[in-house]
Design a protein around this ligand. Structure first.
Ligand code: ADP
Ligand code: 5GP
Length: 204
């Protein structure tokens, strides 16, 4: 049985990375898809763990040979999801989380190559989003402005997603996302794949 593809999107600064990092520690059987990006690494980020950090030429080469399941320009940098990595992990039965933006979500959904479950994570307010972007201390003033502008566009697409998680209380947000994944795993079409439910015989 192939794994399920979960897509999680959020305006930058909402806390999506924090939620996903914690979720992966408490939920077995789910992996994180490591994207390619031309953005410069932040101090705590490791190549191959948070992203595959590549130059624009390398990104273009992978894109031009059809190596990305989806790709987009986000906040002025290129981001893409490796088609091979996604296909391989799903085929092995691992559930996979794609942390991608609204443009990428539309591409993957539109291709219909795999069924997807989409989750939008929203901040509790605009003021709190700005506070979190500033408080993270990883981006300059101009980058923060750009990310806040883009957040308005991302928020407008929230209703396209299957689930909405508001990241007000962190623990509650992690628990809600965990519940979504566990519930999706119990869907009839995934757990039985069309087979009738056969119960083992009762013990004498
Ligand atoms: P994203 O991946 O969505 O861009 P991050 O995970 O980097 O966001 O989080 C942005 C900032 O907000 C970080 O400093 C993080 O510690 C903080 N943060 C995340 N979730 C919460 C929360 N529920 N309450 C308060 N601060 C949070
Ligand atoms: P950041 O630079 O803060 O890590 O990510 C910026 C935005 O890019 C986030 O909204 C994130 O979801 C999105 N993103 C990360 N990887 C990909 C990807 O492979 N494809 C697309 N379309 N967006 C991505």
């Amino acid at each position: 049985m192939p794994g399920t593809l979960f897509i999680v999107s959020a305006p930058s600064g909402t806390g999506k990375s924090t939620i996903l990092q914690r979720l992966l520690q408490v939920l077995p059987g789910v992996a994180f898809s490591v994207s390619h990006t031309t953005r410069a690494p932040r101090p705590a980020e490791q190549n191959g763990v948070h992203y595959h950090f590549v130059g624009r030429d390398e990104f273009a080469a992978v894109r031009d040979r059809g190596g990305f399941l989806e790709w987009a320009v986000v906040h002025g940098n290129f981001y893409g999801t490796s088609r091979e990595a996604v296909g391989g992990q799903l085929a092995r039965g691992t559930d996979l989380i794609l942390d991608i933006d609204v443009q990428g979500t539309r591409q993957v959904r539109g291709q219909g190559e795999w069924p997807v479950v989409t989750v939008f994570v929203a901040p509790p307010s605009w003021e709190e989003l700005e506070r979190r972007l500033t408080g993270r201390k990883t981006d300059g003033e101009a980058t923060i402005r750009l990310r806040l502008e883009n957040a308005r566009r991302e928020m407008a697409a929230a209703s396209e997603y299957d689930y909405l998680v508001v990241n007000d209380d962190l623990e509650e947000a992690i628990e809600t996302l965990r519940a979504v994944i566990i519930a999706e795993r119990s869907r009839h079409r995934r757990s039985l794949a069309g087979r009738p439910l056969a119960l083992p015989a009762a013990a004498p």
